[in-house]
Design a protein around this ligand. Structure first.
Ligand SMILES: N[C@@H](CCC(=O)N[C@@H](CS)C(=O)NCC(=O)O)C(=O)O
Length: 222
């Protein structure tokens, strides 16, 4: 069976899980404690990051963007990178926005500080980083709201990997109760639409032992 090595709160793993589920590609999940640096995992991905996808025939690919591009080329039904040249450029711009800018300015300052740092034994959360994360969230929620108000989906008229990249970052933060949904009603409405899609079911069913999500986490009408 095709296997995705992941950790539940990893936004990059979540993006790939959504892409696989939207394309209805069967897969199983395997938790990889990347901080233990398992030799077999290092052999698959010398960068030692999750996610890593292993196809049934043993073909292995690391990096969420490379995995999603590979999936779109290998399984072209339900294209996730847009159809026209212009759409494809906009999808890629927004994937980079969420994978890099949103992650660096918001997710890293909250999720990494509060959860991953402890797991990795890298000390206590940094209060200044957390303040910056909450502050930066305002601009990002407004931006998502503006996109959602002016387009059917974030990158244009079709759902795309841009929506999954954004939803993946937000769903990891939502699991730890750190998304201020009151900052943008259009962003919240867009996320409610995302949550009600069948591809989201796996993420909404995630439960991490000793860390329960808030009640609204799995409720599409939150
Ligand atoms: N560019 C990579 C980033 C993946 C990444 O940073 N994953 C985190 C978990 S969310 C990780 O494995 N971090 C391990 C580390 O930084 O040592 C991708 O898109 O897959």
């Amino acid at each position: 069976m095709r296997t995705l090595y992941h950790i539940p709160l990893s936004p990059y793993s979540r993006k790939v899980r959504l892409a696989l589920a939207e394309k209805r590609i069967p897969f199983e999940l395997r938790i990889e404690r990347f901080w233990e640096r398992r030799p077999d995992f290092l052999a698959m991905n010398p960068a030692c990051t999750v996610p890593v996808l292993q196809e049934e025939n043993g073909f292995t690919i690391a990096d969420s963007y490379a995995i999603c591009e590979y999936l779109d080329e290998a399984y072209p039904d339900m294209p996730l990178f847009g159809r026209t040249l212009g759409e494809r450029a906009e999808v890629r711009r927004l994937i980079a926005w969420f994978d890099h800018k949103f992650h660096a300015e918001v997710t890293r300052n909250l999720l990494y500080e509060k959860q991953l740092k402890r797991l990795l034994g890298r000390g206590n959360p940094d209060a200044a980083a957390m303040r910056a994360g909450y502050q930066n969230m305002k601009m990002h929620m407004e931006y998502i709201g503006d996109l959602a108000e002016n387009r059917a989906w974030l990158a244009g008229s079709q759902i795309s990997l841009a929506d999954f990249a954004a939803a993946a970052q937000l769903s990891s933060l939502d699991y730890i109760g750190d998304v201020k949904w009151e900052l943008s009603e259009p962003a919240r409405d867009w996320y409610a639409r995302m949550k009600s899609r069948p591809c989201f079911r796996g993420l909404l069913a995630d439960r991490i032992s000793g860390l329960a999500p808030p009640d609204h986490y799995s409720d599409p009408d939150f």
